[in-house]
Design a protein. Structure first.
Lengths: 270, 860
């Protein structure tokens, strides 16, 4: 295993002509795809990896400077694809990784044949003429809570983000991966993610993009999907699912997986 | 490493031969830290392990390291050899000129060749050792305990042992020959790697090996992502170890046989008997749907086709009908997973049934003589018990299409019509399953104890209270409530009406329907800046409806000056709410400043509103009972000028005024005498008082009713303000807007009530009027009472913070003073006199206790 693969815990499963890259979002790791992967391995070569900073990666590799913008993560994605000699892939990104994929696709459009964005948001803060769902104060409080007691924050945040009770498996799962992160890294990543604003980059994205979104999502209001759809430079399509929570692929796999498979298999009509 | 082709990458890590390839700058996008790590193989951790091995090599005893670990211990060996070859170890030390000889493993498999091969090795070593020592790389020690050629059966075991034993003996001799004389610098080292399993087998089959070979085991910590992906969660951890051949479930029951038995005893009959026939039919239907989903998931894949799929991915798949083809431990795991789902489903239907058919359950409970449900599944993972009874049902098939539309979210698919609260946590459920007979069963006390212990509230007593309550609540209650509200917070008449009607409506079951069925909890949202008014109304509600004082929990930043309960130190607001509900499920709980609460807190509260249950920070769920929750927040924008100019009552200013120790006194003065003092201060207005002097009589008569007259007659201070009183009211109204009550909050509460900012001139006028009316009633109409604005301010401040209402205070404090004063007044010549309510002392220190003076000195 190469350094890059090992550092990102890369796993390659399945076989097929096309390659699918599954990128997880903030507070999770590649295990968030566990419901989806079994459905892909027959037709596709599936690449799973952990973003740097996830609980399963070596904290020593987390360069606070490199990851002070989403670009750092985007470079990681490209580095990984180069390393694996992947000519072209379908990039399925969840949450922040959807935007990371979009940024990466601007730099290297040749590597991406399609983006599938789940629960993506180019900006979480409200702005004039833009509703991201969060006020500045909300975020300050959020970060303050993370700083003061990370465990308590995880326990509080997980049910909200997933949209379920603490007793459900998916909430426990998210809570686990969330708590796996080193608190200072989690705070840093959280700040970068929530304060990111990549709206200006959307018009430069030329790769076809499938935007998939939960009906009810604490982090991403439904209007955001529409915003992305309107502002993307390339073709795009939006599907809002009757699911709840920011991690629908974990909490409602029976709804999300058929939708995802459809978007992976079929392209947007010209 | 495996950088060459992609196909190599897809093979499992351990099967790939590792070679070091420097990575210098071949990828411009690469994380620089990874590039640094590239030269040092895997960064700090690996180099530390190499150092450990080196330390062992330089020892005199137990100096032949065996690297034991499941994740590529070979890599560490390679790194070591690389360092040796590149002379990174420095010129000093016993290892400076060491050479590495690797054994060709193949020859060792042939028993007949083993002796000759070792002889050959002997010669090679002898020729090289003179130059500074030899490290003999034995590679993976697997060859000592395994036999690749198939013989089959017990015979194979025998052969393995024979070959291995011969090798161990010969190698031991070899080692002894070269290291026998401890004086020689030119030494022979052995180095090898092994998985945990291999090493354990070596110890079993070759018991003398460790000593003969002078071995030291070096544990290599697991860095494999395969293991890392399943961290720290008890059962999963046990089950996810791919190298584990033992059935992990075996060990668990032997550890806690008693515990397991107890719980499964409690669970199994409970689950079978816990549905009435009707609900169990429904349950069966849903279960078969679930099974169909699982089956369709697993049918899509055959396990055998996918050897490269990591174990955790296989785990994500659900139970398949052809489970027999899967190996034992994996099957168990899937069984556990699908059982988990089945249990969730069961739990749901059990609760539903419990609510729909309480009679059925009651019968069952009286039949059962089991001990109180002490089985707490939250303590012992339910996944640990394997329950076969549901296995046959899993065979049922249904088409996939139907299944994908099924929403198994337990909250949303909860059938309508469940009464009262819907408990969600397993703890709660099991309590219900215990003897719930509250009709004086002997276990009642025990059960209560358990309930307290677990922080759960039985729904039964609450329901009773609710029934009683609903009966009692009729129009009279509404009137009484409204009267109370208006008395305590008379400046918010509009809001008082709204609150009273909202409460009545909700309590009679016409509140907003949230979630499933009707619920006991009521949520009101008080918006606007008038904190005092909200608090006063909450007190009235608590007193009239629950007979208690309200529980006030501040969700926002603590305000100075507000007393905070020491018991709440270090508890999160959610925990405090939970505690309050637990303590008294029938209370008024005021959650102050929800607008200042952080997002998580707000989210939790919102979820509580929606679901009627609250999850505290320990993950325990409690029903909200019949509590009335009052959320307060400002969300208003008031023109800052209005506050500065004193048009609007400013709570902070009032607090500072009222917090000083002050006493009031009643003094009788001649009008003119007092006036003179004022004239001296206000020389620019000489005319008005003179006019007043003349019109003294008419004023006296109209004092109580006509504010206009009162104003013209009163002191300069008040007249200035009240002249354009009407305009001011309009001004305040215009300057106040509730701007940003979040829709998400406003839409889910039962009602939201706006508390307007308090117009200071209005409240002063009201206080003055009320006092005047009382005075004229007691003393008579022919004597005016004058109250200065600073006095009014103080009274207002006192009212703001004190529990008593204005009327109560007047009745209890002022009226006796008036009575006291009355006989001292000269009855006839009172024409030129005026009674003044003045501040007697203002010491600056706040006394303990009441905010309003409880006694008023009367001076003749």
């Amino acid at each position: 295993m190469g350094v890059v693969e090992e550092a990102h815990n890369v796993k390659i499963v399945g076989s097929g002509d096309q390659t699918i890259v599954l990128a997880h979002g903030f507070g999770t790791d590649q295990s968030v795809w566990k419901h989806l992967v079994p459905h892909l391995v027959d037709e596709y070569r599936v690449i799973l990896f952990d973003n740097m900073g996830a609980g399963t990666t070596n904290p020593d590799y987390f360069d606070f400077e490199r990851y002070s913008t989403l670009d750092g993560y985007a470079y990681d994605v490209i580095a990984l694809l180069e390393e694996l000699r992947i000519q072209s892939c379908i990039f399925v990104g969840h949450s922040v990784s959807a935007m990371i994929g979009a940024i990466a696709s601007i730099t290297r459009p040749d590597l991406f044949s399609k983006l599938v964005a789940i629960s993506a948001s180019p900006r979480y803060l409200n702005d004039t003429d833009y509703y991201g769902g969060f006020e500045h104060e909300d975020l300050q409080q959020l970060f303050e809570a993370m700083r003061s007691n990370y465990k308590a924050w995880c326990d509080g945040f997980a049910p909200l983000a997933v949209g379920g009770d603490m007793t459900t498996v998916s909430v426990q799962e998210f809570s686990r991966t969330l708590f796996n992160m080193r608190p200072d890294i989690a705070l840093s990543v959280g700040q970068i993610v929530f304060q990111s604003d990549v709206r200006h980059l959307l018009p430069h994205v030329t790769v076809p993009c499938h935007i998939i979104q939960s009906m009810k999502d604490l982090a991403v209001p439904v209007v955001v999907s529409e915003y992305i759809h309107q502002n993307l430079g390339g073709k795009s399509i939006v599907e809002v699912m009757q699911t709840e929570g920011h991690l629908p692929q974990l909490s409602s796999p029976h709804v999300v997986i058929p939708v995802l498979l459809r978007h992976i298999r079929y392209n947007i009509d010209a | 490493m495996m950088l060459s082709t992609a196909t190599q990458l897809s093979t499992p890590p351990t099967a790939t031969p590792s070679t070091v390839v420097p990575l210098a700058n071949r990828n411009i996008y690469l994380n620089p830290r990874l590039q640094q790590g590239g030269t040092g193989q895997m960064g700090n951790q690996r180099s530390e392990e190499v150092k450990k091995v080196l330390d062992i090599l330089v020892r005199t005893k137990k100096r032949n390291p065996v690297l034991v670990g499941d994740s590529e211990p070979e890599a560490v060996v390679k790194e070591l050899f690389r360092k040796i070859e590149s002379k990174e170890l420095g010129a000093e030390g016993p290892l400076k000129n060491v050479q590495v000889i690797s054994i060709e493993k193949e020859f060792l498999y042939d028993k007949n060749q083993i002796l000759s091969k070792i002889k050959e090795l002997d010669r090679v070593i002898e020729s090289r050792i003179v130059s500074g020592g030899v490290i003999l790389d034995l590679g993976d020690l697997k060859w000592l305990v395994e036999q690749p050629m198939s013989f089959g059966g017990a015979q194979q075991q025998q052969v393995v042992s024979d070959i291995g034993r011969a090798a161990v003996v010969e190698m031991g001799k070899l080692l002894a020959r070269f290291t026998g004389d401890g004086t020689n610098d030119n030494n022979l080292w052995l180095i090898g790697t092994a998985t945990c399993e291999t090493y354990l087998r070596c110890q079993v089959y070759h018991s003398t090996m460790e000593n003969d070979w002078d071995l030291q085991a070096v544990p290599i910590t697991s860095r494999s992502p395969l293991l890392g992906i399943f961290p720290r969660v008890g059962t999963e951890r046990i089950l996810s170890n791919p190298g584990e051949n033992l059935n992990p479930l075996k060990s668990v029951p032997t550890l806690h046989p008693a515990l397991t038995r107890r719980v499964s005893e409690n669970l199994d009959p409970a689950q079978r008997t816990s549905f009435c026939p009707q609900c169990s039919d429904n349950y069966e239907k849903e279960l078969s749907k679930l099974v169909a989903i699982e089956k369709s998931f697993s049918e899509a894949k055959q396990e055998d086709n996918r050897p490269s799929l990591p174990l955790w991915l296989k785990n994500a798949k659900l139970q398949s009908s052809d489970a027999k083809t899967i190996d034992q431990s994996e099957g168990k795991y899937q069984e556990v997973l699908s059982k988990q789902k089945t249990q969730e489903l069961q739990k749901k239907w059990r609760e539903t049934c419990l609510h729909l058919h309480p009679n059925y359950h009651h019968k069952i409970h009286s039949d059962r003589t089991a001990p109180p449900a002490l089985s707490m599944p939250s303590l012992c993972n339910p996944n640990l018990f394997v329950r076969p009874p549901f296995q046959p049902r899993l065979q049922t098939t249904k088409p996939l299409g139907e299944v994908l539309q099924l929403n198994t979210n337990p909250v949303t698919s909860q059938p309508q019509g469940c009464t009262s609260s819907i408990p969600g946590s397993p703890v709660r459920t099991d309590l219900v399953l215990g003897p719930k007979g509250t009709e004086n069963t002997p276990e009642k006390a025990t059960e209560d104890g358990v309930k307290d212990l677990l922080g759960c509230i039985s729904s039964e007593p609450q329901t009773k209270v609710l029934d009683k309550f609903a009966d009692a609540l009729d129009a009279d209650t509404y009137k009484k409530l409204l009267k109370g509200l208006k008395e305590k917070a008379w400046w918010q008449a509009e809001a008082a009406t709204a609150v009273a009607s909202a409460i009545t409506r909700c309590r009679l079951g016409n509140g907003r329907c949230r979630g499933a069925g009707s619920r006991g909890d009521t949520w009101l949202l008080f918006t606007g800046p008038d904190r005092v008014g909200k608090k006063k109304m909450s007190s009235v509600l608590a007193e009239q409806i629950c007979g208690t004082i309200p529980v006030i929990i501040c969700l926002g930043s603590q305000r100075g000056g507000e007393e905070s309960d020491m018991n709440f130190r270090g508890k999160t607001a959610i925990d405090r709410i939970a505690e309050a509900v637990r303590h008294n499920p029938f209370s008024v709980i005021m959650l102050e400043d929800i607008d200042e609460a952080d997002m998580i807190l707000r989210g939790s509260v919102k979820r509580a509103i929606e679901r009627g249950r609250l999850t505290d920070s320990h993950g325990r769920e409690i029903s909200l009972g019949n509590a009335i929750f009052i959320l307060t927040g400002d969300w208003s924008t008031t023109n800052p000028e209005a506050t500065r100019d004193g048009h609007v009552v400013d709570g902070k200013k009032l607090a500072s005024i009222a917090s000083r120790d002050w006493q009031l006194g009643l003094i009788v003065r001649e009008k003119s005498a007092k006036r003179r003092v004022n004239w001296l201060q206000n020389e620019d207005r000489p005319i008005k008082p003179r006019r007043e002097l003349g019109s003294g009589l008419s004023l006296d008569l109209n004092l109580a009713v006509d504010t206009e007259d009162d104003r013209t007659d009163g002191s300069h201070n008040s007249s200035d303000l009240t002249i354009d009183h009407e305009d001011e009211l309009g001004l305040v109204g215009r300057q106040f807007t509730i701007t940003s009550v979040p829709h998400e909050l406003a839409s889910i509460v039962d009602d939201s009530i706006v508390f307007k900012p308090v117009d200071s001139s209005f409240v002063r006028r009201e206080i003055k009027n009320t006092i005047s009316v009382k005075f004229s009633m007691v003393v008579g109409d022919n004597l005016p009472i004058e109250i200065e604005d600073d006095v009014l301010e103080k009274i207002l401040g006192g009212l703001w913070h004190d529990q008593t209402s204005l009327e109560q205070w007047i009745e209890n404090v002022l009226a006796p003073s008036f009575n006291q004063l009355k006989p001292r007044l000269p009855s006839i010549e009172s024409r030129g006199l005026v009674v003044r309510l003045v501040v007697e002392s203002d010491s600056g220190e706040r006394r303990n206790g009441d905010w309003l003076p409880s006694r008023i000195t009367v001076e003749g």
